[in-house]
Write a protein that binds this ligand. Structure first.
Ligand code: BGC
Length: 758
C-alpha cells in the first residue's frame, strides 16, 4: 500500500514536471527545431511549419527599443513594444543596450511568446562600443589588416559582452565626396582597397560565429549609397552600370564573400528604383550574383520611404514591393507586421517568398545558438570584465597612432625631441571632450576620451594652452591676442583646428568643407609671430587644407581618433611613433573640384603634363582658376624618415593567362628613422573596349625598414588582376598594353609597361 502510493506520487511529479515546459511529451519529440542535433535547415523548416502568418511577419519586424529615450529613460511606447514581443510580432530590436535590459526583453520573447523564438539585438557599432577606435576612414589609412582585425574583434567583443549579437557595420560604400558626412564610416575612394578592408572587418566582427564574442556583421548600404549627389545625405544616386560593377559593387561583394551574415539596403534609388524595392539589387545582384545566403535588413524606415520616393502608393504597397524584390527584415516601418499577412491571403505574395525571408533570419538565430540558450550573450560577469579594459584601450591607442596622417613636415620640424621645450597649444577643440565624439560614439562617454591637451600635458613640462577660437569656430580679437601672446612666449606652436566630431556621420553633410574662417584668421595671426607652427586637423573627412598648408610648417591630419586621441597624438609628435598612415581619400584643392579622386578617366582632352612638348594652348579639360590635381592624392602620407624608390623592373614584357609577372622595385630608407612605408601597386589598362581609369590600385605592402636599410619589394600580377566588368557585369580580360606603377602614393610613382597576350 505504502509502495503503491509512492509510485503514484512519483508519476504525478513526473507529469507535473513535463507539463509546465509548455510542450507535451508527444510534441516535444516532434519538435525538430528544438533538437540541436538536427541540421539548421531542418530546424528552420520545422519551425516555419509551426508558425502562423502573423508570427512570420513578426520575424520580419525590427523595432527600435531603448534609444531616443525620454526623461524617464523609457523607450517610446515601451509597453506596446513589449506586448508585440509577447505576441511573437517582433524578430529583432535595435538600440537596446546592456545585459540587464536585453535580458528583460529576451525573457519575454522566450518565455511568454507562443513559439519562444529568441530575438536578435542589433546596434550601430561603427568604431567601437565603449572603447572608441579611430573612425573607419582613419583606421583604413593604416593599411594594416592585422590592426583592423584587432580593432574589429574588440568592437565585437565589447558589443557581445553587453548582450548584442548583431552590429550594423562595416559600411562598404565607396565615395568620392567629402561633403558627405558618412565618408567617416567607410574606407575611402578605392574599390580594391575598400574590398580588402570590408572583408577584414567582417571577419573581425564575426570570427567563426561560434564564440560568445562573435556577432553578426551587416554590410551596408546596399548599394552605391556613397554616390549620393552633392554628398547630400539621403539624396539620389545615378551611376552607370559600368561604374556600379567596377567601382561600387566590389567592396560589398568582398564583404559578402567573407561571410557577412546580413546586408542592409540603402536609402537611395538605383536606376530609379529605391534600393529596398530593387529586384535588380537584391535578387539579381545580391542573391544570384554574389551568392548571398544571409538575410537582408532595410535601412531605418526605408520600406515606408518608398512612398515618398514615389515608388509605392502606401505602406502595404511598400512591403509588397520590398519582399517581392528580395528585402527581408523591415527596420522600423512596421509594414511587415501590419500588411504582410493580408498580402499573402490575397495571393499577392506567395508563402514561399515569405518563408524564404523568415527562414534566412531564423537560420542565424539557430546559428548563434540562441534556441539552445537565448541568454548566451547575456552574462553580467562578462559584461563587467570585457568592456573598456586597459588592454582594449592599449589596442585603441595603437590603432590611433597608425591612423595619424603626416601631410607636411618642412625642415623636419617634427618630431619634437625635447619634452622640456616651451610649447603653446592653441585651439578650442584640443581641450573639449564633447567635440571628440561623433554621432556613432555608441556607448562611449566623451569624458573618457583623452584630449590633445591632456595627451600633450603628460609629455611636455612647459605647455601653455589658449582657445584661439570659439566652439562655433568664430574668433575674437581677445582670443587671438591671448593665443598670439602664448605663441610669442613659446618656442613652438601646436594649433588644433578643424570641425567638431559631431559633424561627422549620418545626416552631417556639409556644403562647405573649407577650414572655418575664424581658424584661418587665427593661423594668420600666429604665423606673424614667426614661431614654427604644427597644425593638427581634427575632422571626420578630408577638409580643404590648401590655405592651411601655406600657414603651417608641419601639417597633421588627426581625423577623429577615439578614446586615445591625445595619447596617440603626443606619441607621434614626440616621435615615439613614426607616422605610417596614407590617405584613402584625396584631399581636394578647392571646393569646386569635388569630386576629385585618383582613379578617374583620362577624358579625350586630358590636361598636358607640365613639361610636355606641343602643349595645347587651350580647350583641354581643366579649371582656369585651380589645378586639376587634389592637394594630397590618394595613398599620400609622410613619415619622419624618407623612402626612395628606384629600379622598377618587370620579370617579362608580356603576360599570358597561364603565368604571372612580377614587378619589383628597390625601396630605400634614406632618412634617419626606422619607419614603415606602404608600397602601392597600380595598373592602367591603356586601351580597352570600355574606358578604364588612369590608375587602379592592385596591391600594397606595408614594409618596415630600419634607417639606412633597403629592400626589394615585389608584386605578382596575373591576367585576373587585369579583368574588368562590361555593361552587363560580365568579367572580361582584354589583350593589349598595360602600364604598371609602383610608389608611395598614387601620384609619385615609377612606371613600366607590359603587354597582355592571351
Ligand atoms: C543608418 C544606418 C544605421 C541605421 C540603424 C540608419 O539611419 O543609415 O547606417 O545602421 O540607421 O541605426
Amino acid at each position: 500500500m505504502y509502495i503503491k502510493r509512492n509510485i503514484r506520487l512519483s508519476l504525478i511529479v513526473i507529469v507535473a514536471l513535463i507539463i509546465p515546459c509548455g510542450i507535451t511529451a508527444q510534441s516535444k519529440s516532434d519538435a525538430i527545431y528544438l533538437n540541436k542535433n538536427a541540421s539548421i535547415e531542418q530546424r528552420v523548416e520545422d519551425l516555419l511549419s509551426r508558425m502562423t502568418l502573423e508570427e512570420k511577419a513578426g520575424q520580419l519586424n525590427q523595432l527600435n527599443y531603448g534609444m531616443f529615450t525620454g526623461p524617464d529613460n523609457k523607450a517610446d511606447g515601451e509597453q506596446e513594444k513589449l506586448d508585440l514581443v509577447k505576441q511573437g510580432k517582433v524578430g529583432s530590436l535595435l538600440n537596446t543596450l546592456g545585459v540587464s535590459k536585453i535580458k528583460k526583453v529576451q525573457q519575454i520573447a522566450v518565455e511568454q511568446s507562443r513559439l519562444k523564438i529568441p530575438l536578435l539585438f542589433g546596434f550601430d557599432v561603427i568604431h567601437g562600443y565603449k572603447t572608441l577606435f579611430p573612425i573607419p576612414l582613419a583606421e583604413a589609412c593604416s593599411w594594416d589588416m592585422d590592426q583592423v582585425n584587432k580593432n574589429s574583434r574588440i568592437a565585437a567583443k565589447e558589443a557581445a559582452a553587453s548582450g548584442l549579437n548583431w552590429i550594423f557595420a562595416p559600411m562598404c560604400d565607396v565615395s568620392n565626396d567629402p561633403r558627405w558626412g558618412r565618408v567617416m564610416e567607410g574606407a575611402g575612394e578605392d574599390p580594391y582597397y575598400g574590398s580588402v578592408i570590408g572583408a577584414a572587418r567582417v571577419k573581425g566582427f564575426q570570427g567563426n560565429l561560434d564564440s560568445v564574442f562573435d556577432v553578426l556583421a551587416c554590410v551596408k548600404h546596399f548599394a552605391a549609397y556613397g554616390a549620393v549627389e552633392a554628398g547630400r545625405e539621403y539624396n539620389n544616386v545615378d551611376v552607370s552600370r559600368v561604374a556600379f560593377y567596377n567601382k561600387y559593387l566590389p567592396p560589398y561583394d568582398a564583404a559578402v564573400r567573407a561571410g557577412a551574415a546580413t546586408v542592409m539596403t540603402s536609402f537611395n534609388v538605383f536606376d530609379g528604383v529605391p534600393a529596398s524595392g530593387s529586384t535588380f539589387l537584391l535578387t539579381d545582384i545580391l542573391k544570384n550574383r554574389l551568392d548571398f545566403k544571409g538575410f537582408v535588413v532595410s535601412d531605418w524606415n526605408a520600406f515606408a520611404e518608398m512612398i515618398a520616393h514615389g515608388y509605392a502608393m502606401d505602406k502595404k504597397d511598400a512591403v509588397y514591393k520590398a519582399i517581392k524584390a528580395g528585402s527581408m527584415m523591415d527596420m522600423e516601418s512596421r509594414t511587415a507586421i501590419n500588411y504582410l499577412p493580408e498580402l499573402v491571403k490575397e495571393g499577392k505574395l506567395s508563402l514561399d517568398q515569405v518563408d524564404k525571408a523568415v527562414g534566412a533570419i531564423l537560420y542565424y538565430k539557430f546559428k548563434l545558438g540562441l534556441f539552445e540558450n537565448p541568454y548566451r550573450f547575456l552574462d553580467t560577469k562578462r559584461e563587467t570584465e570585457n568592456i573598456f579594459t586597459t588592454e582594449n584601450r592599449k589596442i585603441a591607442k595603437e590603432a590611433a597612432e597608425k591612423s595619424i596622417l603626416l601631410l607636411k613636415n618642412s625642415q623636419q620640424i617634427l618630431p619634437l625631441k625635447n619634452p622640456n621645450q616651451k610649447v603653446a597649444l592653441i585651439g578650442y577643440y584640443a581641450n573639449s571632450k564633447s567635440d571628440m565624439v561623433d554621432m556613432w560614439k555608441a556607448t562611449a562617454d566623451a569624458q573618457d576620451c583623452v584630449t590633445i591637451y591632456e595627451g600633450l600635458k603628460k609629455q611636455f613640462s612647459n605647455l601653455t594652452f589658449s582657445e584661439g577660437y570659439n566652439k562655433d569656430n568664430s574668433t575674437t580679437e581677445a582670443l587671438i591676442n591671448e593665443a598670439v601672446k602664448n605663441a610669442a612666449a613659446a618656442e613652438l606652436v601646436i594649433v588644433n583646428i578643424g570641425i567638431t566630431s559631431n559633424l561627422s556621420g549620418e545626416d552631417k553633410s556639409l556644403a562647405d568643407i573649407n577650414i572655418p574662417e575664424g581658424q584661418i584668421q587665427l593661423l594668420k595671426a600666429l604665423k606673424k609671430t614667426g614661431k614654427p607652427i604644427v597644425t593638427l586637423v581634427s575632422s571626420g573627412r578630408p577638409m580643404i587644407l590648401t590655405e592651411v598648408e601655406g600657414l603651417s610648417d608641419a601639417l597633421v591630419q588627426c581625423w577623429v581618433l577615439g578614446t586615445e586621441t591625445g595619447n596617440a597624438i603626443a606619441e607621434v609628435i614626440l616621435g615615439k611613433y613614426n607616422p605610417s598612415a596614407k590617405t584613402v581619400m584625396s584631399f581636394p584643392y578647392a571646393l569646386g573640384q569635388i569630386p576629385v579622386y585618383y582613379n578617374h578617366f583620362n577624358t579625350g582632352r586630358p590636361a598636358p603634363e607640365p613639361n610636355a612638348k606641343d602643349k595645347p594652348a587651350d580647350f583641354y579639360s581643366r579649371f582656369h582658376d585651380i589645378p586639376n590635381e587634389p592637394l594630397y592624392p590618394f595613398g599620400y602620407g609622410l613619415s619622419y624618415t624618407a623612402f626612395e624608390y628606384s629600379n622598377i623592373s618587370l620579370s617579362s614584357k608580356t603576360l599570358d593567362t597561364n603565368n604571372s609577372l612580377s614587378v619589383t622595385v628597390e625601396l630605400n630608407n634614406t632618412g634617419k628613422y626606422d619607419g614603415e612605408e606602404v608600397v602601392q601597386l597600380y595598373i592602367q589598362d591603356v586601351t580597352a573596349s570600355i574606358v578604364r581609369p588612369v590608375k587602379e590600385l592592385k596591391g600594397f605592402k606595408k614594409i618596415m625598414l630600419k634607417a639606412g636599410e633597403k629592400t626589394i619589394v615585389s608584386f605578382k600580377i596575373s591576367s585576373n588582376d587585369l579583368a574588368f566588368f562590361d555593361h552587363e557585369g560580365k568579367s572580361i580580360i582584354e589583350n593589349g598594353k598595360f602600364n604598371v606603377f609602383v610608389g608611395g602614393n598614387s601620384r609619385d610613382v615609377l612606371s613600366s609597361s607590359f603587354e597582355l597576350v592571351q
